[in-house]
Ligand binder design. Sequence first.
Ligand code: PLP
Length: 299
Amino acid sequence: MDTIDERRAIIQPIAKGWYSQQVAALDVLRLDLLHPIISGNKWFKLRLNIRHAIDGGFKTIVTFGGGFSNHLIATAYAAKMFGIKSIGIVRGRYDVLTPTLVDCKNAGMELIFVSKEEYEQKEDTVWIRKLASHFDELFIIPEGGANEWGRVGAGLIDRFIGHDYTHIALSVGTGTTLTGLRNKLDNKHQMLGFVPMKQGAYLKEHIAEHLHTDKNTNWQLFDNWHFGGFGTWNDDLLQFMNAFYRTTNIPLDIVYTSKMMYGIKQLLANDFFPPDARILCIHTGGLRGNVSVKDRLIY
Ligand SMILES: *Cc1c(COP(=O)(O)O)cnc(C)c1O
């Protein structure tokens, strides 16, 4: 698959058997179907960045991430698809490349490794230009695609969201997707962000900073379903993913969307939602990250 066709995204209802509580609808927006690598929200955060890189005559995109970053691999593939060079500045040094980094390289991304301390300068454009001084015409995309083009691009996910939904659930990493969508969607939709790391509450302020003044309303974060921290999981979560797949045929990823759906199920069990709620859960992709647990999953 070497194109991204947004018509591949479908809305899939979840069979009542998965939950017993009364709500009017529980659906999943399958953005994971857009592309196996440039998946879900990553495409939306990248698409305007890439458009502006091309329109501005930039020849090279530079971005940032750790060894397991979905954003890094999505950028490598998207840059290749659009015929632009890409550089990935990687946090930490690796004796053995992770599968993600191998794929980045294979997609033509040049990797520059920096220590965790150096990486802290990731917002310093002077430092970035020095690091990549053998390239000119650099278009810089911050870690996680977390810039204004990323937010506005993520807002375009609104085209898949019907007016009738009362609750929109999604996973939160940098908060870029939630911010962009909140800024674009009508305030009447309640947005629920699920944070897959410990102490994710700090994100609240960060998100609020980038929300338009009339949009800082009707959204909340849940950080109690982190399963020990970012990238951490347990048997319970794996069993949950397998059971969810058996019932719905929807594969979840181990880092983000599984923790969100687990949280949704608990909220349903606790009667968090009113009986007339129409809930849309956004599947933001990330399935490539399941390579580390593929032996434990039935898909
Ligand atoms: C990156 C990612 C997120 C987080 O998106 P942000 O815009 O950084 O909040 C959520 N889900 C999946 C599957 C991701 O890969």
